[in-house]
Each structure stands twice: as structure tokens, then as C-alpha cells.
Design a protein around this ligand. Structure first.
Ligand code: ADP
Ligand code: MG
Length: 389
């Protein structure tokens, strides 16, 4: 277990908090404040306990230069509204002006530093830069689970120089994902989908050592279907992963379930003609874009009674409403299931949000890449850098 903000005395301390404010922007406005809201429990706790709160985050990929569009300027307005107190935004994250602003802070003040990636030393985890960041504070709190798989100065480097603990979001992520891997309640069923097998081989391997059932849909299923000798027409397929698919079929045995019917389209388009066919009857110039209704029923039967469910990757091209039903039906079923359900990934999280059931899922991970790494069984460097209890 990692220490959290509860395990340190923060009263009157300068607390440097790494948050994930890598928010979507349009015309200088925050278009989705999910990540800002996700950081509120930690920030509010620190404020209620009399800390001086210094926030830092990356935004986008400025590649070590100042990029005006990637300033964190749009965040303070929204954050101040949510906190109900002012947020002072600085133009840099290190240097004399920053030091002076921090020196003036009182308890309950909130400062937001500028994008940490405006300095190339962030991504190279330069110790001098990390020490400059650390010198602003007495304690380091990492609440940026979404950046935890990156060994950067603001996630790993600063932890060398300060007492370092997890924030509440970080704690929730590692508790849920950690329990699912280390001590899941059984039956444990994983659902995998998304575009490609090749990006998820580590995930399949690790989950296969733990699960009682594995349901595969999405584009990834096509390669399995082809490996079984089915005609898949123009469907997305990875021919160089056919061997992986065969090995997985063998290793998983009875635990693995693949689609029995699919929704096919005459072209890759939101307005394409579509129909449901059994697997093995995909017309030559059509392509699989969703799982079919029989498959949804099959997957529901396999999920019934599960006590732990991990889901990564959508069941179809949910970006096209006509091909979203498989993904949405699984999302709705999971919302009603009495199980610890964990959704991790990028697109699948968006899909579950669109299905309108995210608030009825035990844990929707905020870190796409980080949750994938974690579920693959790889240590997250920024988590490793925090102090153990
Ligand atoms: P995640 O971000 O949840 O890990 P991925 O990035 O692996 O998921 O895959 C998501 C993408 O997979 C989506 O853009 C979706 O349109 C695509 N996809 C799902 N099913 C299919 C399919 N049958 N054919 C082509 N693309 C698909
Ligand atoms: Mg994705």
C-alpha cells in the first residue's frame, strides 16, 4: 500500500500536487472537465486541512517548447468555479517569478503552474529540473494516474526530493486495478475489444493467467475468427497476429468466447448499409463493424454471476451510431450487474459515457495508457516512486 494525503501532516505546508489536467480544449475553452472534477477530492481535502496548494500538469505534446495553444490558461476559470475560490495561474512552472508567487502563499491559496512539458527537461526527467519543481514545496502529492506510466520530472523526478504520497484519485485507481489483478473475487471475466490484437498482447497474456472467462469482440475478434478459418470479408484484420490468436485460443480453451453473429456493413461509413449475419457468412466485400444480438446474449450469459469484470476496448465501431449497439448493450448490462466492474482504456471509457451508465460502474479508470500498462502487469514508475505505508 502507498501512503496517501491522509498519512502526512499538510497543515500550513506547501503541497505540490501533480494532477492530470490534460483536458480537451476548443477555442480556448475546456470542453470536458471530467479530469478537473476528478482531482477535486484531493484538492479540497488539502484546502480543508490548511495546506497551500500548488498544482502542476502537462497538457498535450508541446515537445519541450512554449506553445501558446497548450497553455493551461483555460483551466483556472473552471477550477475556480468548482472549488469556489480563486486560482492563481502562473506563466511558468519554475524560476524566480514562480518562487516569489509561492513565497506569498497563505493557507487555502491555490496556484496552478504552467504546462510542465514546456521544458524539455520534463520528459527527460532531468534531475535539476525536478529539483527546481520540488524546491517549491514541502510535500509532493501525485494524483495524476493518467500520467503514472511516464517517468517524467513531474511524476517521478520530484519524488526523489520530497516526501511523496498518493492523492485520492491515484489511491482509488491503484486500489481497484490492484485488487482486480492481485485478489479478484471470482468468477472473474474480462471483456476485450477495440481495434487491434497487436496493441493488447500483453493484456491478453496477463489476464489469461487470472480470469475464469474471456470475451473477445471488436475488431480484435476478426483475427481470431480468421484464425478459426472463417471468411471475414473486408474486415479489419492483422495477419501477422494470426499465430498469437491461435496460441490464445489454445491457452484459453473453454474460457474464451468469440462472436457468434456480427453486424456487417457494405462500407466503412456511418451511413453504410448494414445487416446481421452469423459468423462464417460475412459477404466477401462487406466488413464486420459490431457484434450481433446473439453474441450480446451469449456474452451476457457468460457475465451473469461474475463477481469481477474488467473491460478494455469497445465491441464495435461505436463512433457510428448504427454500429454502437453491441458496445452499449454490454455497457448497460454491466451497469446492472452485481459485480466489481472496472472499465479501463481510452475509447471504451468514452463509449460507456455515451451509453449513459458510467455512474453505475464501480470503477471507470481515468488513465487510458496507464490502466493498460497496469492491467498488463507492468509497474507504473510514478506509483513506484511514492512512499509505502
Ligand atoms: P481502447 O481505447 O478502449 O483501448 P482501442 O483503442 O483498442 O480501444 O480501440 C478502439 C477503436 O476500435 C475504436 O475507434 C473502434 O471504432 C475500433 N473498432 C472496434 N471494433 C471495430 C471493428 N469491428 N472494425 C474496425 N474498428 C473497430
Ligand atoms: Mg484507444
Amino acid at each position: 500500500m502507498k501512503k496517501t494525503v491522509r498519512d502526512v501532516k499538510v497543515e500550513a505546508k506547501r503541497v505540490l500536487v501533480r494532477v492530470d489536467f490534460n483536458v480537451p480544449l476548443a477555442e480556448g475553452k475546456v470542453t470536458d472537465d471530467t479530469r478537473i472534477r476528478a482531482a477535486l477530492p484531493t484538492i479540497n481535502y488539502l484546502l480543508e486541512h490548511g495546506a497551500k496548494v500548488i498544482l502542476m500538469s502537462h497538457l498535450g505534446r508541446p515537445k519541450g517548447k512554449v506553445v501558446d495553444k497548450l497553455r493551461l490558461s483555460a483551466v483556472p476559470e473552471r477550477l475556480a468555479e468548482l472549488l469556489g475560490r480563486p486560482v492563481r495561474k502562473l506563466d511558468d512552472c519554475v524560476g524566480r517569478k514562480v518562487e516569489a508567487a509561492v513565497a506569498e502563499m497563505r493557507r487555502g491559496d491555490v496556484i496552478l503552474l504552467e504546462n510542465t512539458r514546456f521544458h524539455p527537461e520534463e520528459e527527460s526527467n532531468d534531475p535539476v529540473y525536478a529539483r527546481e519543481l520540488a524546491s517549491l514545496a514541502d510535500i509532493f502529492v501525485n494524483d495524476a494516474f493518467g500520467a503514472a506510466h511516464r517517468a517524467h520530472a513531474s511524476t517521478v523526478g520530484v519524488a526523489e526530493y520530497l516526501p511523496s504520497v498518493a492523492g485520492f484519485l491515484m489511491e482509488k485507481e491503484i486500489t481497484f486495478l490492484g485488487k482486480a489483478l492481485a485478489a479478484p473475487d471470482h468468477p472473474f471475466v474480462a471483456i476485450l475489444g477495440g481495434a487491434k490484437i497487436s496493441s493488447k498482447i500483453g493484456l491478453i497474456d496477463n489476464l489469461l493467467t487470472k480470469v475464469d472467462g474471456l470475451l473477445i469482440g471488436g475488431g480484435m475478434a476478426n483475427t481470431f475468427l480468421k484464425a478459426q478459418g472463417h471468411e471475414i470479408g473486408q474486415s479489419l484484420v492483422e495477419d501477422d497476429s494470426l499465430d498469437v490468436a491461435r496460441e490464445t485460443l489454445e491457452r484459453a480453451g473453454e474460457r474464451l468466447a468469440l462472436p457468434v453473429d456480427v453486424v456487417v456493413a457494405d462500407r466503412f461509413d456511418a451511413e453504410a448499409d448494414s445487416k446481421v449475419v452469423p459468423v462464417g457468412q460475412v459477404p466477401e466485400d462487406w466488413r464486420i463493424l459490431d457484434i450481433g444480438p446473439e453474441t450480446v446474449e451469449l456474452f451476457k450469459r457468460k457475465l451473469a454471476g461474475a463477481k469481477t469484470v474488467v473491460w478494455n476496448g469497445p465491441m464495435g465501431v461505436f463512433e457510428f451510431p448504427r454500429f454502437a449497439e453491441g458496445t452499449f448493450a454490454i455497457a448497460r448490462f454491466l451497469a446492472d450487474l452485481e459485480a466489481t466492474t472496472i472499465i479501463g482504456g481510452g475509447d471504451v471509457v468514452a463509449a460507456v459515457g455515451q451509453a449513459g451508465v458510467a455512474d453505475r460502474i464501480a470503477h471507470v479508470s481515468t488513465g487510458g495508457g496507464a490502466s493498460l500498462e497496469f492491467l498488463e502487469g507492468n509497474p507504473l514508475p510514478a506509483v513506484a516512486a511514492l512512499e509505502d505505508k
